[in-house]
Write a protein that binds this ligand. Structure first.
Ligand SMILES: [Zn+2]
Length: 62
């Protein structure tokens, strides 16, 4: 279960409801409701499947 990090949104999503992409700073998913980017971490399970875990947003380096 992922939770949108946009506090005004806060929508919850199942992993199969979002599309995870690597936009250059690690894997992220965009909230289907508000479009906010949420960082996730890829882990490979023992059976070889990739599972994603939500992680706190890193401070933006600008
Ligand atoms: Zn959202």
């Amino acid at each position: 279960m992922f939770v949108c990090g946009n506090q005004a949104c806060g929508a919850r999503w199942e992993p199969d409801e979002v599309q995870i992409r690597n936009e250059g700073q690690g894997p992220v998913f965009r909230c289907p409701q508000c479009g906010a980017r949420n960082h996730v971490e890829a882990r490979t399970a023992r059976d070889g499947t990739t599972v994603y875990r939500q992680v706190a947003a890193k401070p933006a380096a600008r």
